[in-house]
Design a protein around this ligand. Structure first.
Ligand code: SF4
Length: 216
């Protein structure tokens, strides 16, 4: 039976104590995806943005996306975003270690986006987030990746659930539900946030170029 992860999320959100919001480590793939996710999170969770994306193999692009994440965090913390946070956002940045991504993707270079290489890529990033969250006493960890129509939410949730421990829970989400992706486009326009034209790795860049650039 298919699980409705969006409903699961809503159930958990309804049960949160707004006077003591749970600590959530939110893996952020990029600012565009984070925009719509934050509208559903910051009124119930104490959110830390976790930028750990070894898959963004071009250093300039990695830095540009990070800059946009910081810009979004500032907008939220300065009260300029359309939803006010219960607690100011924190941001944690891991260095770009693309060699880890290339090692995980070895032998899968020719896969199309959505194939096994992406599964390895999700596992790498969610495992990083889980480790950081565990070491720093978070209650939940989650990812913005479920907002993208290019990303398999069921797979992301299955990986996340397989990583949770007795003290750290995976926060199930399917942010592409309830018009999440269109909402991210609207918010990017409103706040002038850069939207990239490919997923992140060099392979996806060449795939998009070949397919004539569909914005993510
Ligand atoms: S296409 Fe995106 S999700 Fe897939 S391996 Fe490349 S960066 Fe990771």
């Amino acid at each position: 039976m298919d699980i409705n992860y969006d409903k699961e999320f809503e159930k958990i959100k309804r049960g949160t104590d707004k006077s003591r919001p749970p600590k959530l480590l939110l893996h952020v793939c990029c600012a565009p995806c984070a925009t719509a996710c934050l509208t559903r999170l910051i009124d119930a969770f104490d959110v830390t943005l976790y930028y750990a994306n070894d898959n963004i193999t071009d250093t300039e692009e990695w830095a540009k996306r990070l800059q946009e994440v910081k810009k979004l965090a500032s907008l939220v913390n300065n009260g300029e975003f359309e939803i006010q946070p219960l607690v100011p956002l924190k941001t944690v940045v891991q260095p770009q270690r693309s060699e880890r991504f290339f090692a995980a993707a070895k032998g899968l270079e020719k896969e199309r986006e959505g194939g096994t290489r992406c599964t390895k890529c999700f596992e790498l990033r969610l495992d990083d987030a889980k480790k950081y969250a565990e070491q720093n006493n978070f209650d939940y960890f989650a990812t913005t990746l479920t907002v993208s129509p290019y990303k398999n939410s069921r797979l992301l949730n299955e990986i996340g659930l397989s990583l949770q421990t007795a003290t750290l829970q995976w926060l199930p989400t399917d942010f592409k539900k309830q018009g999440g992706y269109n909402e991210s486009i609207r918010l990017c326009k409103k706040y002038g946030i850069y939207r990239q034209h490919y997923c992140g790795c060099a392979y996806s860049f060449y795939e998009r170029t070949e397919l004539q650039s569909v914005p993510h």
